[in-house]
Design a protein around this ligand. Structure first.
Ligand code: ZN
Length: 234
């Protein structure tokens, strides 16, 4: 059982890790990519979501319960476009999936124990299901960092962890041009990570420019409820 491995000194020394994924191989020659948008806490980036609706670009949204509770108008727009948007689990309160008292990721405290992680994952999933009517199958922890214990537990709870391969907006802190340049380097199979919870950021503008370019290059956008991912070696 997990408790056997839970020597606190061992856990404290293990640095959290980011999980990097590509789409599992699609049909040969296909230019499939996935756009994933985190809705951590904060607000609703209506410019970004309206753009995706206008251009008919499918995306996978990772929403927390916190975000769903605070953004009823944004949620209503997403819900009327469930043909485009797949909503998945980003946790209950946006707590990183690292376990151990005093552990933090980018200054954000993680979970004191596995019971708290379980609650974060399960209550996040329940909130998504209650909000959209569809049960999530993917989990992305706050900050996208995990440790071995949390990876095991998320798996045990029946959720697949969604990594990424292109960090498009650095938590909605990047400038427009930087976002555009990152998207210009996207290759078939990439999983793009960006944010839809900071309308005052450059994310909507930068993504619109970059995504326009990818549409012109005939990339095909898929959602995570249609595909599987494969983890990239370290
Ligand atoms: Zn987040």
């Amino acid at each position: 059982m997990l408790a056997v491995f839970a020597a606190p000194w061992a856990l404290a020394e293990q640095p959290p890790k980011e999980i990097h994924d590509l789409l599992a191989a699609g049909p040969q020659g296909s230019k499939q990519i996935a756009l994933t948008l985190d809705a951590c806490s904060g607000k609703f980036d209506d410019d970004l979501v309206e753009y995706l609706i206008r251009k008919r670009i499918p995306a996978t949204i990772f929403a927390t319960k916190k975000w769903l509770d605070r953004n009823p108008k944004g949620l209503a727009i997403v819900k009327t476009h469930l043909d485009l948007f797949d909503v998945e689990d980003h946790g209950e309160r946006h707590i990183p999936a690292v376990i151990g008292k005093g552990r933090t990721v980018y200054g954000i405290p993680g979970e004191p124990d596995v019971i708290h992680l379980r609650r974060e994952v399960v209550e996040g999933a329940r909130a998504v299901q209650e909000a959209t009517g569809v049960a999530p199958h993917w989990y992305r922890g706050a900050t996208g960092e995990y440790d071995d214990e949390s990876i095991k537990e998320i798996d045990r709870l029946g959720y697949k962890i969604a990594g990424f391969s292109v960090n498009a907006d650095d938590g909605a802190t990047s400038k427009r041009l930087a976002i555009e340049k990152r998207l210009a380097r996207v290759k078939p199979g990439d999983v793009i990570l960006a944010h839809m919870n900071k309308p005052s950021s450059d994310s909507a503008e930068g993504l619109a420019a970059g995504l326009d370019y990818l549409l012109k290059k005939d990339f095909l956008f898929v959602r995570l409820d249609q595909v599987d991912l494969q983890q990239l070696p370290k």
